[in-house]
Design a protein around this ligand. Structure first.
Ligand code: ZN
Ligand code: ZN
Ligand code: FE
Length: 782
């Protein structure tokens, strides 16, 4: 008899891993046991045949349950124990806080089959789940992950659910959110009048609204069971929601990580109404369709995109829109891309099944703030927007926005916003020269916009979900809330704090204050160094690298605003090798809101006010005459620029895109962050399409992209010549621009560079906290 002890670390608890191990071991005729321990799963396996043990080790990882995420496996020979069968043992020490739990997972195929099987006891049950799917971090209050420390606590399992939960051969073995019509959460319905009343009333008022359908006693803070709501009543609510949507009304629908606003995506009028009520004139709206076939009617979808749409995180996937389209033009305006997601919860599956229409499914939030999760908050913020509410009585503990991703030109996933379904799966610190075992716990406070924070401990970096723009009060509160929760969940007391070197960022101010109060070392990190360090961290590079950050804005070491930077960087330090020629931003933030100002300042700074046309259009006229005629407040701008009144100096690539957009008359008054640049890209994209008719702006938009990229490559070549470095890291918010990322990456590779980009994190400021942690760790090593 041979015996072996195997330790598997990663996301292996609460995902059906022990039953998987037991089943495999038994099928191979092995004896032994499996149990959860502090780091993951511990296995003792015995058999007379060495080959069988090898086979077990291979398949235990290769055929792991799909929600599992194995980070490491180690195995060693062990003394033979006296055992006659293979057992799942209860953990002696219980699972610890350092154990990883999976993020929220979309309804799995098995549950989906039951959901639509009229003979199943969970037929049409809107909260069906199992060990392979369902809510996780959106319901967890504490770890180790166990039902009493989730918002499933008020729902006591019925005998049928309980016996599934206890049966190690059942696919609901230890599924913490396990539930059914007899014992679990239920839907409720409220009109916006109900909601308005609700805000003004207190506890314990009779809570029945319309046709005997139960809704909670007041708002969600009193979550828990309120009344029987069986199949019929539940179906009726889904039907009602579907018919209201089809009738052109706007619904607020409670999802996994927060509330969505929904309406018929093919109804021009209701989409316009939603935009008007939400004060969101033009930012694209995400839509949800029933399945992949429905998605194909609206967008071009290749294999990689299909995989991304269907993966268990169910992100919003940015896809190339089909034209002509049945969608309302108000969904995404002139943009060639559309954001589509597939249903991730049983409620969404039921709803999409009841209506055959694509639905707008946009985060219910106040602009720049994270998604609304709380029922009270939903009632007060959304009563003026939604006509009715489809809610449920399970509390959302942590808010998670929908994640946004796309497939890049080379087939890789490019993350744009990392939240539900991804966070807080940690990244592994991948540092060739760093002794990760002895690094103290580092807390990185992150940036100001697209905020996340990060905690580095034991060679893992936990990066929070996207938390919005911190200058918004709601976002700041969400940041603090999430920070406290992560610190509690992962039991991490920061020993070192890292932050952006910007003097005014709220997260940086918090970091400086906290470091001082607790006497902790503080590492201040330059914004674009963090961008490059994040790319290095994700790719296991020690540097030095040529780091190119094409970005909006970040505070520079010379106190000016940076953003078009070529750095020679290691993880711990950098040197500014080159940057875009500087220009002024007349009015600072006002110039960001009105790119005409930036455009004018750039024409002045670059000496281009009187440039002639280079094209065939009008060789004798100054190229920018039409722009200058349109320009508002030119005299004021002249004064501000001449006297340096509130006109910070910058080298931002993002602002350059804004300015080009304004110069071409494409967008001079953006209504959301990045709109001018997105529309410029859309115009350039049009110029690259062989069939389309296009005029001067698309062509010029395209040559602007070309020109900028050529200038950057020239500098990269110069940097290589002077330093001999061929490793090149590309980052910054402009890398979300498809044309920029494709042309730059391809051409730099053609020039012989080894090009690296962000992999699991977005290239925009969603990676900054990670980069700060990487820099802090490297500095501590030095
Ligand atoms: Zn399932
Ligand atoms: Zn039950
Ligand atoms: Fe940035």
């Amino acid at each position: 008899m041979l015996a072996r002890d195997i330790q598997i670390n990663g996301i292996v608890q609460g995902v059906g891993f022990r039953p998987h191990v037991a089943k495999l071991a038994r099928s191979l005729g092995c004896t032994g046991w499996v149990l959860n321990n502090t780091n993951g799963v511990e296995i003792h396996i015995q058999h007379i045949d060495e080959e069988v043990l090898a086979c077990f080790e291979k398949h235990v990882v290769e055929n792991a349950p799909f929600a599992a995420h194995v980070l490491s496996i180690s195995s060693k020979d062990a003394p033979v124990a006296n055992c006659k069968e293979f057992l799942i043992r209860t953990s002696e020490q219980g699972s610890s806080k350092s154990t990883l739990v999976s993020p929220d997972l979309a309804t799995c195929p098995d549950c989906l089959r039951e959901l639509f099987d009229p003979h199943d006891r969970r037929y049409h049950y809107p909260f069906i789940n199992c060990t392979n799917c369902g809510p996780r971090f959106t319901i967890i209050e504490d770890l180790p992950y166990d039902r009493p420390v989730t918002s499933m606590r008020p729902f006591e399992m019925c005998p049928a659910c309980q016996s599934e939960y206890e049966d190690d051969a059942d696919r609901r073995y230890h599924a913490q959110p396990n539930a059914c019509f007899g014992c679990g959460p239920q839907l409720w319905w409220a009109t916006s009048e109900d909601a308005t009343q609700d805000i003004n009333t207190t506890l314990d008022r009779p809570a029945v609204s319309g046709q005997g359908v139960p809704r909670p006693h007041g708002p969600m803070s009193r979550e828990g069971r309120t009344a029987e709501n069986g199949l019929e009543a539940s179906d009726e609510l889904i039907e009602r929601a579907a018919s209201e949507l089809e009738a052109g009304r706007i619904l607020a629908i409670k999802g996994l990580g927060g509330w969505h606003l929904s309406c018929d995506a093919e109804n021009e009028t209701v989409v316009a109404t939603l935009r008007q009520r939400k004060h969101r004139p033009s930012k694209p709206l995400a839509i949800m369709v029933r399945d992949i076939d429905a998605a194909r009617h609206l967008a071009y979808i290749d294999d990689a995109e299909e995989q991304l749409l269907c993966n268990a995180a169910r992100p919003i996937v940015l896809l190339k829109k089909r034209e002509p389209s049945s969608l309302a033009t108000g969904i995404a305006g002139e943009l060639p891309e559309i954001g589509i997601m597939l249903p991730s919860t049983p409620v969404q599956h039921l709803l999409m099944h009841a209506t055959n229409k694509p639905l707008v499914m946009t985060s219910a939030n106040i602009s720049g703030e994270p998604i609304i999760a709380d029922d009270d908050e939903a009632f007060s913020a959304l009563s003026a927007i939604a006509d009715a509410f489809l809610g449920n009585n399970r509390k959302i503990v942590s808010r998670y926005d929908d994640s946004v991703a796309r497939i890049a030109y080379d087939g890789r996933v490019q993350m744009v916003r990392r939240a539900r379904g991804y966070a807080p799966t940690p990244l592994i610190v991948n540092a060739p020269a760093v002794d990760t075992a002895h690094t103290p716990v580092i807390f990185a406070a992150g940036p100001e916009q697209k905020a996340t924070f990060a905690t580095l401990a034991d060679s893992r970096i936990f990066i929070s979900q996207h938390l919005g723009d911190l200058e918004r009060r709601g976002s700041w509160l969400a940041w603090e809330q999430a920070r406290e929760r992560y610190e509690h969940l992962f039991d991490t007391n920061p020993q070192v704090i890292a932050c952006d070197m910007h003097p005014e960022y709220l997260a940086s101010k918090w970091a400086r204050r906290t470091a001082q109060e607790h006497g902790l070392p503080l590492v201040e990190v330059q914004h674009h160094h963090a961008h490059i360090a994040s790319v290095m961290g994700e790719n296991g590079l020690a540097g030095p690298v040529i780091g190119i950050a094409l970005d909006g804005t970040g505070y520079g070491t010379d106190k000016t605003i940076w953003g078009g930077e070529l750095l020679i960087a290691t993880r711990g330090s950098f040197e500014r090798f080159w940057h875009l020629p500087c220009f002024k931003l007349p009015g600072g933030a006002a110039a960001i809101r009105n790119p005409q100002r930036t455009a004018y300042a750039i024409l002045q700074a670059y000496g281009r006010l009187d440039d002639a046309f280079f094209g065939q259009f009008s060789p004798d006229n100054p190229q920018f005459a039409p722009f200058l005629e349109e320009l508002e407040e030119r005299e004021l701008l002249d004064q501000m620029l001449a006297k340096d009144i509130n006109s910070p100096i910058c080298s931002s690539a993002g602002r350059l895109f804004d300015a080009a957009s304004a110069l071409l008359g494409i967008c001079s008054h953006p209504s959301y962050d990045g709109e001018a640049a997105c529309l410029l890209e859309a115009h350039a994209h049009a110029a690259s399409m062989p069939s389309s008719k296009h005029g001067h702006p698309p062509l010029t938009a395209w040559s602007f992209h070309e020109g900028l990229i050529m200038a950057i490559i020239e500098q990269a070549l110069r940097a290589r010549e002077e330093t001999g470095i061929t490793e090149l890291a590309l980052g910054g918010g402009c890398m979300v621009n498809r044309i920029v990322s494709r042309l730059l990456e391809e051409r730099l590779r053609d020039c012989g560079f080894n090009v690296y980009v962000n992999r699991e994190l977005p290239p925009n400021d969603g990676c900054i906290a990670h980069g700060q942690a990487i820099v802090a760790q490297a500095r501590l090593e030095e």
